[in-house]
Write a protein that binds this ligand. Structure first.
Ligand code: NAG
Length: 246
């Protein structure tokens, strides 16, 4: 399981000037781009964007401003000769490197374990009459491994899985399906491996009916017992009465 190490810390400064419903949008995006824990490949990027078009970018690897529009090329040339360049050249040491440890501990070292639910779902019309779904919710970071075991052995065929789906709130979810033909006495399990877990978690499928169904059956059975007892009591009472005992 590899950790996604590349991430960006962005600082965005906005300036928008509105005139009626139209407007201008001036944006400056400052990024420290980290790609390894030992700061190897670290980059400082400073972009100037006007109405969603990037005019100028300072890239610490390149070591100067580069213009992308006519206006940007002209300004980049001027800034490369001025005090702006000296300032930008120092940002990597001044800003990105000292903050790396803080960002690493706040972003990379965070892990949240998944909530897992195993359920029976309707299979697509196919080779097998049954299908199970193993869903892992709200985990972080993204890499995860969901596998199926049948009597302790990994099942590879008839397994389909979604990608790790981003919730949009930093957490992810994934759903793995196993199509199968039930055999009596077998044990089917879903195994989840994630960096937040010290050991793989196993979830065993209980093929008995879900609780709501069990309750319905229990209520029905109680009614049947009660009805039988009353009917018998009535019958005994009737018999005794008609034979003149009472
Ligand atoms: C910065 O410049 C280097 C060298 O040209 C390049 O490999 C890298 O992709 C650039 N980064 C960005 C974000 O533009």
């Amino acid at each position: 399981m590899s950790m996604p190490l590349a991430f960006y810390i962005c600082l965005t400064l906005f300036l928008s000037i509105f005139s009626g419903t139209d407007g201008y949008f001036d944006q400056r995006v400052t990024q420290c781009r980290y790609s390894s824990k030992d700061l190897h490949g670290i980059e400082f990027i400073d972009s100037y964007v006007f109405n969603q078009v990037e005019d100028i970018r300072f890239n610490s690897t390149v070591g100067k401003y580069v213009g992308y529009t006519e206006h940007g090329v002209k300004n980049a040339e001027a800034w490369n000769k001025g005090s702006e360049l000296a300032q930008e050249l120092g940002e990597l040491e001044r800003y990105c490197k000292p903050n790396a440890a803080i960002y690493y501990s706040n972003v990379l070292d965070k892990t949240v374990e998944p909530h897992v639910r195993l359920s029976s779902v309707t299979p697509p019309s196919g080779r097998h009459p049954a299908m199970l779904m193993c869903s892992a919710y709200d985990f972080y970071p993204k890499p995860i491994r969901v596998t199926w075991l049948r009597d302790g052995h990994e099942v590879k065929s008839d397994v389909t899985s979604t990608e790790e789906l981003a919730n949009g709130d930093w957490y992810y979810q994934i759903h793995s399906h196993l199509e199968y033909t039930p055999k009596s006495g077998e044990k089917i399990s879903c195994m989840v491996e994630h960096i937040s877990l010290t050991e793989p978690m196993m979830y065993h499928w209980d093929p008995s009916l879900p609780e709501a169904e069990r309750n319905k059956i229990a209520i029905g059975a109680s009614g049947l017992v009660l009805g039988t007892v009353l009917a018998l009591a009535g019958l005994i009472y009737y018999k005794k009465k008609s034979s003149g005992v009472l």
